[in-house]
Every structure is written in C-alpha cells, then in structure tokens.
Design a protein around this ligand. Structure first.
Ligand SMILES: C=C(O[C@@H]1C=C(C(=O)O)C=C[C@H]1O)C(=O)O
Length: 439
C-alpha cells in the first residue's frame, strides 16, 4: 500500500534528522536527491549468486499498482564471500531496504513524500486511511520546521593510518606480480581509522560532502540505526533508465594544486600521461567487453576527458548502451563489478592478490551501492571516497591503481588525496584537523 503527497520547501536534512533512530538513506547527484527512512522490507543475500537473488527478492515483493514503481535502496560488499561483522556489522554481502517513507526533491524545494506499508487484504481501506493521515502529519511537520542550523562543536580527533612501510611492501609485491605477468593492474587500498571525542551524525557528514563535492554521486546508507556508510563517488557503475544504460569509467588521478594555474597544468599533464591513459584504457576495455553479453549498441569514446572534482582530477570516459526490457540493472552490475577501476586485470588474479596484500576487510568499500526498481531501472556507484562508522569511530578507505611505473610514494600520496573529501567534511562539522598518516 502506497500513498504519495507533494511537499513544499523541502530539504532532505529536516526529514533525515527527524528520522534519527530509524534506518536511513540518502542518494544524490547535483541537485536531485532521494532520502528514505524506516524498513517495510529488509532484503539480504549472500554468495556469488547475490545479485540474482536480490533481483528475485525484489520481484517477489508485493506491488501496490501498475503506476507505482517500488524502489529498494542499499548495496553489495566488494567480495561475494563477505560476512557482516566488526566495522561492517549490519552490512552483509548484499542488503536492500524497501523503506517505509521515501522523500524526493530537487533544487526547486518542491518534493514528493511517499509512505509504504504492507496491507492485509482485508484491511486495505483502513491501512490507506492510516497512511493518508500519517503522510499529512509528516508533510505538515516537514513544511513547518524551520531550517536547522547545526552548530559544529569542537570535537577532538585521533587518526590511525595503516603503516607506510606495509604499504611499500604491498606495492612491491604487486609490481613483482606485474613484472612476472600475473596481473597488469591491481587497485591497492588502505584505511584510516578516525577516533572522535564526540559523535558526528552521518547525516551531517552526508550534507557537508554533498555541498562540497559537486559532480560526485552522494550516498548514505544506515541499514541499522547507529552504523552508516557515507561517501561521494566519482563514477557511475551502472545507470539504467527506460532501456538506456550509462556508466562512467574513471581511472587515472592527479591533485588540484594550490592555484587555478596549477590545477590546469596538472590536469593537462594527467591527460597526456601515458601511464594514466594505459591504466584508464584497461577500465574502459574491460567494461565494454563485459557489457557484450548483457547489452547492445555499446559506445565509448576513444579519448578520455578530464573530470574535475573539488580535491582531485580524474580521466573519465562515458559508456552508453541499450538494454533489453527483460534485463534488470542488477544484471549489468553483476557483469561489471568489480571493474578494473577498483580491482584489477585480470579480475580473478587481482582479487587473489588484493586478498593477500590488504590487511583489512574491504567490506562494502568499492562495492556497488544504489537503488533499483522492479522494472529494472536503477543507479549504482562504487562505494568510494567513503567512511563507515558509528558516529565516533570512522574507518575511511582509499585505493589507487597500481600499474607498471607506479611508485609507493606516488600512490600513498594519491590515496592521501582520496581521504580528503571525508576528512574535510568531518572538519567542517567541528572535528579537529586530521592528517592522513606519516609521509
Ligand atoms: C579506488 C579508488 O578510486 C578509483 C581509482 C582511481 C585511480 O586509481 O586513479 C580513480 C578513480 C576510482 O575509480 C578510491 O577512491 O578508493
């Protein structure tokens, strides 16, 4: 049972802060956003089959009517065999929510509020009356509440970066595997654990990340209250809308320097770097090849463009294709994940190498997160520039593509830049400055 009402003067933050203590989520690109709270259905799956199982669970959900497209929100761990626990408690191999309340909006301030509940067939009318009353109630509260100005408090911070020496050893092992012909590329990641003296609400972190990182794909998923994943990904893994597929291959990175001139110069040197172009091309070629069995009319530009973000610049190639009506966005996610932007080439060798060289659980880091509907539309991004935590303890992740010509220091610095969006967002919420580890 679904009830939809229009709302004015809506911000996602009033809604999400008002929903503290429930499961919450927020997904945005530029000015368009979706926020949700509560759980009408909790879908979970494990194993190599998890993409297909989630698709089957979505198809088995009760559907209110032809004109309502029920959506679920959530994501997948990086690896098939991931198990929830530790930093990743609440985040199994695959988890999606059909929320109780969903709110969508854009820059206009006009939005839409949708309440959903499973109705007993004998009580449809009563449930609808209840939902209507509840939605009017919520609409009034959302329209009445003045914009909240959260005053940042001074929050102390201590950071633990995984060691520089271990990083150097892992890079050496990957370079040896490249020389030996075992892999051509592997994306090595490291972690940064931030311990705060106070609590930062993941919603505050998401709001700041969204404001400060235009051009990225914002995600927040708090599947059980108190533990959330939040981040700002530079690329789209798979977007399907009315039979059209779209993704961006993003790989090859450089900083932004200290001035506009320096930013331009660094961008140009990235565009002409043979090492970065080769690293980038591996991602495009792999994505195009893997789309072959699941899409038609696949098109990708021959030359990458520059993707300028607030703290980093990347090489980017847009990929488009057509998708048959019986295909679901999750079929495309299953085919593409993990791309060489987050894993390596060949895929299985890179997965095994990273398993040996990374001394932590990737969990959902670099896994596909997003939303989809029963008709097959949806939007997924890899969980990058991200942190998982309970408000006080946050674990940040950042990785870099290692290819022939990579150096331990260069890739250490690059991962240092990739921690910046979350670190600066924490600081903007009143957290003391944090440096991402010894050089
Ligand atoms: C792996 C990450 O980012 C990926 C790796 C990139 C690279 O190696 O140049 C660039 C963009 C992302 O696809 C990360 O942010 O952790």
């Amino acid at each position: 049972m679904t009830v939809t009402v229009p709302v004015r003067g809506l911000t996602p933050w009033t809604f999400l802060r008002g929903a503290a203590g429930s499961a919450r989520g927020f997904w945005a690109r530029d000015e368009r956003w979706i926020a949700h709270a509560g759980v009408a259905f909790d879908l979970q799956a494990e194993g190599a089959d998890r993409f297909r199982r989630i698709r089957a669970s979505i198809e088995a959900l009760p559907h209110p009517s032809e004109d309502v497209r029920v959506r679920v929100y959530g994501g997948f761990a990086f690896r098939d065999d991931h198990a929830a626990g530790g930093a990743w408690s609440g985040f199994p191999s695959a988890r999606f929510h059909l929320p109780e309340v969903e709110v969508t909006g854009d820059a206009s301030g006009r939005g839409r509020l949708r309440l959903q509940r499973l109705a007993d067939p004998t009580e449809v009318e009563a449930t609808e009356r209840e939902l209507r009353a509840a939605s009017e109630d919520l609409r009034e509260r959302l329209e009445r509440r003045p914009p909240e100005v959260a005053v940042p408090a001074a929050v102390s911070a201590r950071a633990d970066a995984s060691g520089r020496r271990a990083w150097g050893d892992a890079i050496e092992a990957i370079l040896a595997a490249i020389r030996g012909g075992r892999v051509r590329k592997a994306v090595l990641a490291r972690t940064l654990d931030v311990h705060l003296g106070g609590r930062i609400d993941p919603v505050d972190l998401a709001e700041t990340l969204w404001r400060r990182n235009p051009g990225t794909h914002l995600f927040l998923f708090e599947p059980s209250p108190g533990r959330a994943l939040v981040g700002a990904a530079p690329e789209a893994l798979a977007t399907v809308r009315a039979g059209i597929f779209h993704a961006t291959a993003v790989a090859g990175s450089v900083g932004v320097g200290e001035s506009d001139d320096e930013r331009v110069r660094m961008g140009e040197s990235l565009l002409s770097s043979a090492k970065d172009r080769a690293e980038h091309r591996m991602v495009v070629d792999d994505m195009v090849a893997r789309l072959g069995p699941v899409a038609t009319g696949i098109r990708a530009a021959d030359e990458p463009e520059l993707l300028p973000l607030a703290r980093i610049q990347h090489l980017e190639t847009a990929i488009r294709a057509r998708v048959a009506p019986e295909r679901h966005v999750l079929d495309l996610v299953a085919a593409l994940h993990p791309t060489p932007a987050v894993c390596g080439v060949p895929r299985d060798e890179a997965l095994a190498l990273l398993h040996d060289e990374e001394p932590f659980e990737r969990g959902w880091y670099a896994g596909p997160v997003g939303w989809c509907s029963v008709d097959g539309d949806g939007h997924f991004v890899p969980a990058l520039r991200t942190a998982v935590g309970d408000g006080r303890e946050w674990r940040l992740f950042a990785g870099a593509g290692i290819v022939e010509g990579s150096t331990a220091q260069g890739e250490w610095d690059e991962t240092g830049i990739k921690f910046q969006p979350v670190l600066r967002a924490l600081e903007a919420r009143g957290v003391d400055p944090i440096t991402p580890g010894t050089p």
